[in-house]
Write a protein that binds this ligand. Structure first.
Ligand code: HEM
Length: 529
């Protein structure tokens, strides 16, 4: 009996030591670490941004960030009492400072020395496949006597590094001027061709008498990506790869995985469309110059300088893909949201329709006139950008910087998330979450507010913003001019207004939840029969 009891006690002690003691000690240590890190340290270092607590060291908020970054950042705002002071989250091994206070945002965009873009650009380039020797060459500033220092060379007269040169070139292409107009004209030509009644099969989901039922999502996605592709590459990419538009749409749906180097172990739906786009671009780059005559000036110029620098084909294609993606990533979503609001609100639709129709003197669209003489459409466009703009601008902290009394330390990164700026109730008022068609019409200065950043800011302020507006407005103007459109009756109830898809980290204008499309009834106007 005594022996049995002794062996039972021994057994319990063994089990306790073997299976319970280690986890129990682990839990106690974890608890002590958490209390130290998130309760004691903030008291000892009041000037450091508070960290949103987490349980798993190193891994931190990684899962929450990739699962729903908006919810995570909202948690951070709540944790800091919605004061909008800078706070920090932990994603993989990286600490990210989150900046959401309007004056902190202004200061952050202004101080390009402390919050540096180049460090972030380096990371981006690596994530996009630009590494090793190519990366070294991309930062190399041509020196007298070198192979790439060409005196009197009109291509790169200021002897800039390839990265700086590329930025200069796309700014010259995209900012208002003759080069931007050339790109716009190519875009508009493609729009006019796609938006022919007989060409709308790609988005037709049904037929009702003389009308077609169109998927708004498919209409916007295909039309805008097709036109952007042609405005940059003419018909070359289409000829090399007839599914290039589809590849870009699929790539864009998962492009955040490239940005954040989402590990392949989780399975990556971005791999295949990316491979197809890279192959297409490599074939394009390898074409002799006389077979690439339809390409935009910027593409031609960047490719020429890449060749002189001696950058390898894969890296050349990676950069062109990055620029191609930047031009494509936002426009179809913003067109979708503007149209969804108009279709769901017939009075608003009529007002905007009158504005766009006035831009067709003698039957020809005057886009410059429309962009400056449509106050209602303008306000709706700005409001849709506010409600759906989810870009997260990123910088690397290079030297300590104080924002709102909090010191950001070098070696970490800083994020400026548009969604949290655009949803700041202190700036936008109680109806912050509602679509208000007149918000920007009643107070035009709001487009210059520091808490309004659909196009980012500072050194990376979107150079395509003016072109983007012309392109989106043209799309709407052509659509309204040629067709009678209205929200289709589908089933017994009015179609529900689509919800924003916040399930993945946003890089720009966020799209709708996949299952929530808008079906539109479209009829060709009599005058076009
Ligand atoms: C509604 C449409 C658009 C929105 C909301 C938008 C938004 C943005 C944002 C937020 C950035 C800053 C990204 C950052 O700092 O990390 C950016 C940069 C950029 N955008 Fe746009 N964009 C739009 C249209 C376009 C178009 C049509 C083009 C070209 C045809 C374009 C080309 C670029 C380029 C090249 C950059 C990089 C600038 C740099 O790093 O110096 N964008 N855009």
């Amino acid at each position: 009996m005594f022996l049995e009891l002794a062996s039972l006690v021994k057994c319990i002690l063994y089990t306790w030591n073997r299976f319970l003691l280690t986890p129990a000690v682990g839990c106690v240590l974890l608890l002590l670490w958490r209390i130290w890190r998130f309760t004691v340290l903030p008291v000892l270092r009041p000037n450091e941004p508070k960290e949103l607590p987490y349980w798993i060291p190193v891994f931190g908020h990684t899962i929450a960030f990739f699962g729903n970054s908006d919810k995570l950042l909202e948690r951070g705002l709540n944790y800091t009492g919605r004061t909008h002071e800078v706070f920090a989250i932990q994603v993989f091994r990286k600490k990210l400072y989150i900046i959401t206070n309007p004056s902190d945002v202004s200061n952050a965009f202004r101080d390009n020395e402390a919050l540096h873009f180049d460090g972030h650009l380096n990371e981006l380039l690596c994530n996009w496949g630009f590494e090793g020797e190519a990366l070294r060459l991309a930062w190399h500033v041509p020196q007298p006597g070198e192979w790439c220092y060409l005196p009197g060379n009109p291509l790169n007269p200021n002897h800039l590094s390839l990265n700086r040169f590329t930025e200069e070139v796309y700014r010259e292409q995209l900012l208002p001027g003759p080069k931007m107009d050339a790109m716009y004209n190519a875009f508009a030509t493609a729009l006019f061709a796609t938006l022919e009644w007989s060409n709308l099969d790609f988005c037709t989901v049904g037929v009702r008498g003389k009308s077609r039922l169109l998927s708004l999502s498919m209409l916007c996605r295909h039309t805008m990506v097709d036109a952007t592709t042609r405005s940059m590459f003419g018909s070359h990419l289409h000829r090399i790869n007839p599914t290039v538009v589809e590849n870009m749409m699929n790539f864009n749906d998962h492009a955040w995985m490239v940005f954040f180097r989402y590990p392949e172990i989780f399975g990556s739906p971005v791999t295949e469309p990316r491979r197809q786009l890279m192959d297409t671009l490599k074939t394009f780059i390898n074409l002799p110059a006389h077979a690439r005559t339809e390409q935009a000036w910027s593409i031609d110029t960047i490719l020429k300088w890449q060749e002189i620098m001696g950058v390898d084909l894969h890296s050349r294609a990676s950069i062109i893909l990055m620029i191609y993606w930047a031009a494509n990533s936002n426009e179809y979503n913003i067109s979708f949201w503007v149209l969804a609001h108009l279709l769901h609100s017939p009075d608003l639709f009529r007002t905007v329709y009158e504005e766009t129709e006035a831009a067709w003197p003698h039957g020809k669209l005057d886009i410059k006139w429309l962009c400056t003489n449509a106050p209602n459409l303008d306000a709706i466009f700005s409001e849709a950008l506010r409600l759906n703009g989810g870009a997260m601008v990123s910088r690397v902290v290079r030297s300590p910087i104080t924002l709102g009394g909090k010191v950001l330390q070098p070696g970490h990164s800083a994020l400026i998330p548009a969604r949290q700026l655009h949803m700041n109730e202190k700036v936008w008022g109680d109806n912050v979450a509602e679509f208000d068609a007149t918000r920007f019409k009643n107070k035009k200065s709001l487009t210059r507010h520091s808490s309004y950043r659909p196009f980012g800011g500072g050194v990376t302020y979107c150079p395509g913003r003016v072109l983007a507006k012309e392109e989106v407005f043209s799309f709407l103007a052509i659509l309204f001019h040629r067709f009678d459109i209205k929200l289709a009756v589908v089933g017994a109830e009015k179609q529900k207004f689509p919800k924003l898809d916040d399930s993945t980290p946003a890089l720009g204008i966020t799209g709708p939840v996949r299952s929530m499309d808008v079906i539109i009834e479209t009829t060709l106007k009599n005058k076009f029969y």
